[in-house]
Write a protein that binds this ligand. Structure first.
Ligand code: SF4
Length: 263
């Protein structure tokens, strides 16, 4: 298999089209950031950014729900900068006053979606990943900071095309793929069914979710409508995925679609 096996778009190889997209949107005096999650799609955009000749930095946003393998994998790449969230888990829980649910995935906002002001952030978001992502566009601006733009240069690539590119360019990938995982992301993300097997395999992340239930329960101490008797009661309800966020005084959160759940 070689690169000519990759599909063409408008008469050009997909790789060329994607590189052109990066080159066309990267302007002088504007920092370009590759958002690197450690997954296969960000591996591809990293390679494309390198081949584009554009000057960029590679940033990984640290998330406490990532499996330990992700941190270890990214630490092997000395050029990746680690970016810490501006809020701790306790501060975020005190602010949002609810566990993250499918329709209130505030953890993505806090841990995964921050970027330097004024930057062009290159991501590996693709339509093929989930129905929600069908609404995404190749170039978007951040809803919270209009000076930040997101460029999704492989938005129209299929999963097969991503893997074909990885094999033809001989890119190394996150070790969990070799263990059968199709997506790399957070352990027991609220977008997925709760897995006891994952909870056991990644006890540190399970401890984070439990800690979050404690913080949220504490934040709701004075709420007469709060219906959970203990952090454990809240945690068990959250695990069931049957319960959705109660009304809180926090603003309604818009749907966030840039999550990557471990599958
Ligand atoms: S991927 Fe899931 S668990 Fe991870 S930050 Fe986003 S919503 Fe939260």
């Amino acid at each position: 298999m070689n690169l000519s096996d990759l599909d063409y778009l408008h008469g050009k190889p997909l790789e060329t089209v994607a590189i052109d997209r990066i080159g066309n949107f990267a302007t002088k005096n504007r920092p370009v950031v590759v958002a690197y999650s450690g997954g296969k799609d960000s591996e591809v955009v990293l390679e494309l950014a390198k081949r584009s000749g554009v000057t960029f930095t590679t940033i990984h946003n640290i998330c406490p729900m990532d499996p330990a393998e992700t941190r270890a994998w990214i630490h092997q790449k000395p050029y990746v900068q680690f970016s810490r969230p501006t809020m701790s888990l306790a501060e975020a829980a005190a602010y949002y006053k609810t566990m993250p649910y499918r329709d209130r995935r505030w953890c993505c906002r806090v841990f995964k979606e921050h970027a330097p002001s004024g930057s062009l952030v290159v991501t590996g978001i693709r339509w093929d990943e989930s129905p929600n992502r069908n609404k995404r566009r190749m170039i978007e601006h951040c809803r919270r900071d209009m000076s930040i733009h997101y460029l999704n240069p492989i938005i129209d690539w299929s999963t097969d095309e991503v893997w074909t590119y990885i094999f033809t360019r001989k890119l190394k990938t996150h070790p969990l793929y070799a263990q059968g995982f199709r997506r790399i992301g957070c352990v027991n993300c609220p977008l997925t069914d709760y897995s006891e097997a994952y909870a056991k395999r990644w006890p540190n992340v399970t401890a984070v979710w439990r800690k979050l239930a404690e913080y949220v329960h504490t934040a709701q101490t004075n709420n007469p409508r709060w219906e959970f008797e203990s952090p454990e009661h809240l945690f068990q309800a959250w695990k069931s995925r049957l319960y959705y966020a109660p009304n809180t005084e926090t603003e309604d959160l818009p749907l966030l679609e840039s999550c990557g759940a471990l599958k």
